[in-house]
Design a protein around this ligand. Structure first.
Ligand SMILES: *Cc1c(COP(=O)(O)O)cnc(C)c1O
Length: 380
């Protein structure tokens, strides 16, 4: 473990107590805590939004695509600059991911590239709000029209806003999917949440989340139907979230805005410290936007070799990472998509310069200063 880790979950006594009392309650799988977690989560996005808890964002993306009817022969557009989960769920359904490049300033999907990737087979698109900076989903909807499903990958984007509207409100998309993985802006260890305004999508996702059964386990034990009775209407999955995870999630959710404020504070310290260097800094939130600051991605000047920089930081006890190795540089996606020459030049060239430095809500000012002085010294 480095002196300053790249990331560390922000878990306090309240989360621990919430999990302990769930364990003592005798109900540990999906039940009342998960129902409350879903209600509280959905409430952030308005009365018409439903939330469906799942055991990972990957599961949530899979369920959302399935509910949109994506299947063999379909194409789904994904950004080159993302984690493999965004594309793998397309393969789960026998469909084909079509990669589109990103813009250099935001590292978010380039809408012009999306439009040139659209074919008669395009069924859906999964924009990723990279690092917590929102994609303009309204512009995407306008450009694509109403036929193509939009599933937002918001694994980094809690809480983020665009035009004063929270990511997850689904005003222009079919569904949004959040991650509660260990290093995300809030965590349940593993976990995720789908939000949607489409009642039929929510219903399908709930059924497919639990074996294709028409009612969930808790419901089975609390409604008036006999407890043993259920009907399987499709070959579903096992993607439900446990009550112990949900209990932790409810506490994290209450703290999410305060945790975001601390991450924003840290990012401001980084901007102050690095603005006079030759580093390329991330794009900041503009008017009407909120940046979750899940990640702070530096892009190094050409004179500095990225891998060596990471090694030197690590020798000095500072953790760092790279987000992301673009999809087309992984052997599976490369051979599947049949990458020809440098098909995604922005992602390929930005990848060589990118390094994510520590940013987590528990970071102390002294740790932030420590990162700043080490980065500055390595630039000298
Ligand atoms: C972390 C991540 C995911 C997957 O989240 P899980 O909850 O671990 O399944 C998906 N997309 C992006 C962009 C991510 O960073």
């Amino acid at each position: 473990m480095p002196r300053i880790p790249f990331s560390s979950p922000d878990i306090g006594e309240e989360e621990i107590q919430a999990v302990v009392s769930t364990l003592r309650s005798g109900w540990v799988t999906t039940g009342p805590e998960t129902a409350r977690f879903e209600e509280e989560f959905a409430r952030r996005f308005g009365d018409e939004v439903e939330a469906i808890a799942v055991n990972s964002a990957t599961a949530g993306l899979h369920l959302a695509l399935e509910a949109c009817g994506v299947g063999p022969g379909d194409e789904v557009i994904v950004p080159a600059w993302t984690f493999t989960a965004t594309a793998e769920v397309v393969r789960y359904l026998g469909a084909t991911p079509v990669i589109a490049d990103v813009t250099a300033d935001s590292l978010n999907i380039d809408i012009d590239k999306v439009l040139s990737a659209v074919t008669a087979r395009t069924r859906a698109i999964i924009p990723v709000h990279f690092a917590g900076l929102s994609v303009d989903v309204r512009a995407l909807r306008t450009a694509l029209g109403g036929e193509i499903s939009i599933i937002e990958d918001a694994a980094h984007a809690l809480p983020s806003e665009k035009d004063g509207v929270a990511v997850g409100s689904c005003l222009y998309s079919d569904a949004t999917v959040f991650s509660f993985y260990a290093n995300k802006t809030m965590t349940t260890g593993e976990g995720g949440m789908i939000t949607t305004r489409r009642g039929n999508l929510a219903k399908r996702a709930r059924v497919m989340r639990l074996h294709g059964i028409d009612r969930d386990v808790f419901d089975r034990y609390s409604s008036t139907r006999p407890s043993w009775a259920y009907d399987v209407i499709a070959p579903g999955y096992k993607y439900n979230l446990t009550d112990s995870a949900s209990a932790m999630g409810r506490v994290q959710l209450r703290r999410i805005d305060q945790m975001q404020q601390r991450r924003e504070e840290i990012s401001n310290l980084y901007f102050d410290a690095f603005s006079s260097t030759d580093l390329t800094l991330p794009r900041r939130a503009e008017r009407g936007e909120k940046h979750s600051w899940h990640l702070f991605v530096l892009r190094l000047p050409k004179r500095i070799e990225r891998d060596t920089f990471i090694e030197r930081l690590s020798e000095r006890g500072v953790g760092s990472s790279v987000h992301f190795i673009p999809l087309h540089l992984h052997s599976y996606w490369r051979s599947l998509v049949g990458v020809d020459g440098d098909a995604f030049p922005v992602s390929s060239s930005e990848f060589k310069k990118a390094v994510s430095i520590p940013l987590f809500s528990k970071m102390t000012d002294s740790q932030v200063n420590d990162v700043i002085s080490n980065v500055t010294e390595l630039l000298a």
